[in-house]
Design a protein around this ligand. Structure first.
Ligand SMILES: NC(=O)C1=CN([C@@H]2O[C@H](COP(=O)(O)OP(=O)(O)OC[C@H]3O[C@@H](n4cnc5c(N)ncnc54)[C@H](OP(=O)(O)O)[C@@H]3O)[C@@H](O)[C@H]2O)C=CC1
Ligand SMILES: O=C(O)CCC(=O)C(=O)O
Ligand SMILES: [Mg+2]
Length: 473
């Protein structure tokens, strides 16, 4: 079955039923060490996770790690350009749950991202990146503890599908010609627009099915959160990209108000309902005027549309959502992407789950991690219906590689997400507690040490892992 790797002799595999993992007490879990700082981070992570499982379950449970290869390490073992060997894909498919360090992607040319490839190959459509604050972590923000968000990033499509043509390539030039001469002129709304002849071209597909399965997972997650965090914000740039990002928003609302009708209320619905609650005699026109500030300047047609929206909401959900019942539902709202970048800084406590497309989610997860302490504190998971691969938000940080210096916190916390996904909550809690205590005691790596006031002597990557373990109890 495998060419160059051998699975552990003890342990069994995790299986899946209805998208949920069924986890034995001794699961085999493949891991990819990763390029660059992976060499420092992975051993630290493995040590912490093993110690937590040992302490939590006293030998009743343990992970059998299965080393698999990707990136530079894979080329060393399998040969030139063998960045993602079949052995690795077979192992992840077979064992279902894996964890990885970061992998290098060259800019401009060369191989396409191995990280993205893994997400696409295993259809890991939800990239889940929680950003929460651990007390004592230095932050550029005055109240970083107010940020507690989970980025839910669509992980398989958008421009990350990687369908693009280089400037001057034969197919790229043909495509531009067809677009300029046939398809754009045939679309009246595009007027006389033309694509520059010296352009590179990329394709941005956003599908209804892809958008809705991501939003579905985000809403199901919101249902598990404490009441005050039960909110899903659809983040998009739909004012500019109407049929891709705008459609994502519309499909998200459609899903929330059909599949989750009893559980969800949209922000606009909540305004309509609360206007009626404040004044039971309010006319649909006045209600429309209050939810749309520019109402009086609108065309008759647009006004009629909003009045109809008000009437439809009141007729269809007043009985189930009115009289304040909507306050117990999941709030689904939307924000334009550029705005949400300032909102998470100025009004962080107003947000919970941020569901968005691939590129927005990539940017947003680094930005949110910065608020709670930087990329050393940004865990993540790539989740599908029959597989999950856990990995940090950050990359290989090559300048720090091999120095036993980098913060392993993000991969360790990705391991915590993995333990929680497996239902091993006791072990996950030990790690979170240990990490929180280490930070609270200013036992931190260089990235956090330099921001503390006064600065403290940094721990090495491996020493930070030790400190976490010492703080388990
Ligand atoms: N999922 C993945 O595997 C990902 C891979 N990549 C790839 O990684 C490579 C390098 O990307 P780059 O843009 O430099 O981004 P990186 O995230 O690798 O690093 C950028 C900077 O972020 C800080 N940082 C990163 N990781 C940590 C950590 N664990 N602890 C503390 N600080 C950290 C460091 O800042 P400072 O030096 O200021 O301390 C580092 O120089 C690229 O090839 C990229 O494609 C990128 C993102 C994700
Ligand atoms: O794959 C890469 O090299 C970068 C991916 C990335 O930045 C991310 O997934 O956050
Ligand atoms: Mg990124």
């Amino acid at each position: 079955m495998y060419d160059k790797i051998i699975p552990p002799t003890s342990g069994t595999k995790i299986t899946f039923k209805n998208g949920e993992p069924i986890v034995p007490d001794n699961p085999i879990i493949p891991f990819i060490r990763g390029d660059g700082t992976g060499i420092d981070i992975w051993p630290a992570t493995q040590k912490v996770l093993d110690a937590a499982v040992a302490q939590a379950y006293k030998g009743q449970r343990q992970i059998s790690w299965f080393k698999v290869y990707a990136g530079d390490e894979a080329c060393d073992l399998y040969g030139t350009y063998q960045y993602l060997p079949q052995d690795t894909l077979t192992a992840i498919k077979e064992y279902g749950v894996a964890i990885k360090g970061p992998l290098t992607t060259p800019v401009g040319g060369g191989i396409r991202s191995l990280n993205v490839a893994l997400r696409q190959i295993f259809d890991l459509y939800a990239c889940v990146r929680p950003c929460r604050y651990y007390a004592g972590t230095p932050s550029p923000h005055k109240n970083p503890e107010k940020l507690d968000v989970i980025v839910y990033r669509e992980n398989t499509e958008d421009i990350y599908l990687g369908i693009e043509w280089k400037q001057g390539s034969e197919i790229g030039d043909r495509l531009i010609k067809i677009l300029n001469e046939e398809l754009i002129p045939a679309t009246p709304e595009h007027g006389k627009k033309q694509i520059p002849l010296d352009a590179g071209i990329g394709i941005k597909p956003i599908s209804k099915s892809g958008s809705q399965r991501l939003v579905r997972r985000a809403i199901k997650h919101a249902l598990q959160l404490p009441k005050h965090k039960q909110q899903v914000t659809l983040v998009h740039k739909g004012n500019i990209m109407k049929y891709t990002e705008g459609a994502f928003r519309d499909w998200g609302y459609e899903l929330a108000t059909t599949e989750f009708r009893q559980e969800c209320v949209t922000e606009r619905e909540s305004w309509i309902l609360s206007n009626k609650e404040k004044n039971s005699e309010i006319s649909p026109e006045d209600n429309a005027r209050q939810i749309d500030p520019g109402y009086d300047a609108l065309t008759q047609e647009k006004k009629a549309q909003i009045v109809k929206e008000v009437e439809t909401v009141l007729n269809s959900i007043w009985h189930s959502h009115g009289n304040g019942q909507w306050k117990d539902k999941i709030m689904v709202n939307d924000r334009i992407a550029d705005s949400i970048f300032q909102q998470i800084q100025t009004r962080p406590d107003e947000y919970s789950i941020l569901a968005t497309m691939n590129l927005n989610g990539d940017y947003l997860s680094d930005a949110a991690a910065a608020i709670v302490g930087g990329l050393g504190m940004g865990p993540g998971a790539n989740i599908g219906d029959a597989c999950a691969v856990f990995e940090a938000t950050h990359g290989t940080a090559p300048k720090h590689a091999g120095l036993d210096k980098i913060n392993p916190g993000s991969v360790i916390l990705s391991g915590v997400m993995m333990l929680e996904y497996m239902g091993w909550q006791e072990a996950a809690d030990l790690v979170k507690h240990g990490l929180g205590q280490a930070i609270a005691n200013s036992q931190v790596t260089y990235d956090l040490a330099r921001l503390l006031e006064p600065p403290v002597e940094p721990l090495k990557c491996s020493e930070f892992a030790e400190a976490i373990i010492q703080h388990f109890v």
